[in-house]
Design a protein around this ligand. Structure first.
Ligand code: NAD
Length: 312
């Protein structure tokens, strides 16, 4: 498949590297207003291809997006000291106006995959600006939070993260919902499974995992300024599901017409992803508290998304 990445910063470069090393993209194009950076990243990654697959990667212009199956947007401004979240939203919406109009011009049949934060809001903005059908506008949403949740559970339980089935739903951000009640391993609800292995998930362990999922990004940013490998892996996983028409269930941000009366909101639920993009959304079994938390997350996101639309 051909993948173009707009924004060759940390996330864009980590994604390109993962796409190449896993052999997901045959052709990758890096586009950035900082052309020197895009060229340097493409050249550096190109030198890894003899150790991976005979894939092509180059830095390019918008017109090089022609024929892309997926266009990933990781471009965006960073929050400056004294700047509010809303200021950043306005800035990024303006940046997206020009980016998305170029995607519509040069890659009208692609699937757009958004990673720029706040990702659920920027995905809604992209949908409005592109007027693409909803199945072709996807946000990375909580794919990374779900990976963090599974990893931490797998460490506690001493099994592979791939054998832990659990999801983080709603916003990629503070109001996200860890769906403990629908988590399982070997078809056994996760709390029961843990007991069978004498690895009980006590209140303290549950609260520790919750905190480490929710605050992982803050901790990483404190140590090295930004997070990029996890999301690079997540974006590559979504591309792989599209490329091989996998019908994989992933938590990504997509359009929800009605969540308890909240209309047209982008958030994450388990979603079937294949060649067409979004094939279907699954409603997981949640307990009463999780349902309330999900509705709250939808409210938070709906407000932010409606605010952002005013900048279009
Ligand atoms: P970065 O600053 O390293 O890279 C951003 C790049 O965007 C820069 O190279 C910049 O030159 C480029 N850019 C800015 N305006 C542009 C434009 N108009 N056209 C083309 N390129 C443009 O930042 P990063 O660490 O790579 O993060 C990128 C985004 O990804 C941020 O919004 C960050 O919050 C987000 N992110 C999302 C997740 C997630 O789970 N969704 C995880 C980590 C980071």
């Amino acid at each position: 498949m051909k993948v173009s990445i707009i924004g060759a910063g940390n996330v864009g470069a980590a994604t390109a590297y993962a796409l190449i090393m896993r052999g997901v993209a045959r052709k990758t194009v890096l586009i950035d207003i900082d052309k020197k950076r895009a060229k340097a990243e493409a050249l550096d990654i190109l030198h890894a291809t003899p150790f991976a697959y005979a894939n092509k990667i180059k830095a390019g212009e918008y017109e090089d997006m022609k024929g892309s199956d997926v266009v990933i947007i990781t471009a965006g401004a960073n929050q400056k000291p004294g700047e509010t979240r809303l200021d950043l939203l306005e800035k990024n919406t303006l940046i997206f106006k020009s980016i998305v109009s170029n995607i519509v011009k040069y890659a009208p049949n692609c699937i757009i995959l958004v990673a720029t934060n706040p990702v659920d809001v920027m995905t809604r903005v992209t949908a409005e600006l592109s007027d693409f059908p909803p199945e072709r506008v996807i946000g990375s949403g909580t794919i990374l939070d779900t990976a963090r949740f599974r990893t931490l559970l797998s460490y506690h339980l001493g099994i592979s993260a791939k054998s832990v089935h659990s999801y983080v739903l709603g916003e990629h951000g503070d109001s996200e919902v860890l769906a403990w009640s629908s988590s399982d391993a070997a078809g056994i609800p996760i709390f029961d499974y843990a007991k069978t292995q004498s690895k009980e998930i006590t209140k303290e362990i549950k609260s520790d995992i919750d905190d480490n999922v929710r605050n992982a990004a803050y901790k990483i940013i404190e140590g090295k300024g930004s997070t990029y490998y996890g999301i690079g892996g997540g974006l590559t996983r979504i591309c792989q599901a599209i490329s091989s028409n996998e019908y994989a269930i992933l938590t990504v941000s997509t359009l929800h017409k009605d969540i308890n009366g909240i209309k047209d909101v982008y958030l994450s639920l388990p979603t079937i992803i294949g060649k067409r993009g979004v094939h279907n959304v699954i409603q997981p079994n949640l307990n009463k508290q999780e349902i309330e938390e999900l509705i709250n997350s939808a409210k938070v996101l709906s407000e932010a998304q409606n605010q952002a639309l005013k900048f279009i």
